[in-house]
Ligand binder design. Structure first.
Ligand code: ADP
Ligand code: MG
Length: 365
């Protein structure tokens, strides 16, 4: 390993701070965990990891394998960590853990268990990871602003690290109108490609300092040919309207020029499912190429059917759990509870009341 001494000339205070922290950690660690370096260096806003990345690039620190960094997200169905490759590139790793909460409830239902096939949480999580990876890759290939899909193995997806923050954390925007239009445009463009995100809200939209949007979180996406497609589409749109209205005071009478618009009851125009030119299945080839083939789709659908059955049967039960009943006739709204029984990949057991109560940066359960 050859050291480029020129790099030394440009080291800043923080670089030395992190190097010192590494050295201190080496007192009792042969390989110093990045978290420990972070704890000792105590740089703000994940600064340690940025500095480490830079030091790695300049070969001023050495690491011997892919590294785990800090946890950057936690949802009901996943944990997200920073990881670093051999060359120091920092990526995001999403570990799916689907169905574990569901299973606890399932176990109390003898009838349901008797008919149950051999699904387990790791298997379901693997399917969800595969689906997420395949969709991310296909969407990226079609120019959608999504993280770059790097790899997928078992229940784990590796993707590029998105710079920026979930929109839910953003209190102010320079150009709320533009961001609003961009986001609505994305929902429409997705439908034109035959897809609906089904969880398109401020928790799954990342935004950077230049107000550039990146969409994440794809396991629950459905085709525009899904029997509830229109409801899902309308709900995604509604979530965005609601959020922008509440947070940025945007009551958009605009979007007239937006593709696929029509007037709603209040005389405002918003993208409408019926007038979007949809080409269902247009991404199927790409999806299959990533390993999400018909077989996986069928398996996932089987699980969804069983999950729906469970929801149905639980509504007859006198069990005291909080399962959400399926209600296809419900008005489209941002209520995640109603989507659980219908959408692949969402298997929550909790009652949620609005899109903003979604994924929650809560502590791991
Ligand atoms: P879940 O399915 O559990 O909702 P998400 O994919 O939405 O998981 O990720 C949860 C959180 O993790 C996000 O809100 C975001 O803050 C963070 N996150 C996820 N993917 C990335 C990424 N590629 N880069 C940076 N942060 C990410
Ligand atoms: Mg999410």
């Amino acid at each position: 390993m050859k050291l480029d001494v020129n790099a030394l000339r440009y080291l800043a205070k923080d670089d030395f701070r992190v190097l010192t922290a590494v050295e201190m950690g080496m007192r009792n660690h042969e390989i110093v965990p990045a978290e420990l370096v972070d704890r000792i260096a105590r740089l703000k806003h994940g600064g340690t990891y940025k500095v480490l990345r830079n030091l790695l690039k300049n070969k001023l620190v050495h690491h011997d394998a892919t590294k785990f960094g800090r946890q950057i997200g936690v949802g009901k169905e996943s944990d997200i960590f920073e990881v670093a490759t051999e060359d120091g590139t920092v990526l995001a790793m999403k570990l799916h853990r689907l169905g574990r909460t569901s299973f606890r409830a399932v176990k109390s239902k003898r009838d349901y268990l008797r008919h149950r096939r051999s699904f387990n949480w790791l298997y379901l999580s693997r399917l969800a990871a595969l689906k997420e990876f395949a969709f991310m890759k296909a969407l990226g290939d079609h120019g959608f602003p999504v993280p770059a899909a790097v790899d997928c193995n078992r229940h784990c997806v590796i993707m590029s690290l998105v710079q920026g923050y979930p929109l839910v954390q953003v209190k102010e925007l320079q150009n709320p109108d533009d961001v609003f239009d961009t986001i609505l445009g994305l929902i429409v463009r997705l439908a034109e490609h035959g897809l609906i995100h089904c969880d398109f809200n401020e928790f799954n939209i990342m935004i950077d300092d230049d107000e550039k949007i990146t969409v994440i979180d794809f396991p629950q996406m459905v085709s525009v040919s899904h029997r509830n497609a229109q409801m899902f589409f309308d709900r995604d749109i509604e979530c965005i309207y609601k959020f922008f209205n509440k947070r940025f005071n945007l009551t958009s009478e605009k979007n007239e020029e937006q593709a696929g618009s029509e007037s709603d009851d209040e005389g405002n125009s918003r993208p409408s499912f019926l007038s979007v030119k949809k080409t269902a299945g247009s991404l199927d080839k790409e999806l299959a190429a990533s390993g999400y083939t018909r077989k996986e789709q069928v398996e996932m659908d089987k699980y969804i059917e069983e999950d729906a059955e469970r929801h149905d049967s639980s509504s007859d039960d006198d069990d005291d759990d909080d399962d959400n009943d399926k209600d296809d006739s419900a008005e489209p709204d941002c209520n995640l509870a109603s989507r659980d029984s219908d959408v692949p990949g969402t298997f929550s057991e909790e009652n949620e009341t609005s899109c903003s109560s979604e994924k929650r940066l809560e502590s791991p359960s």
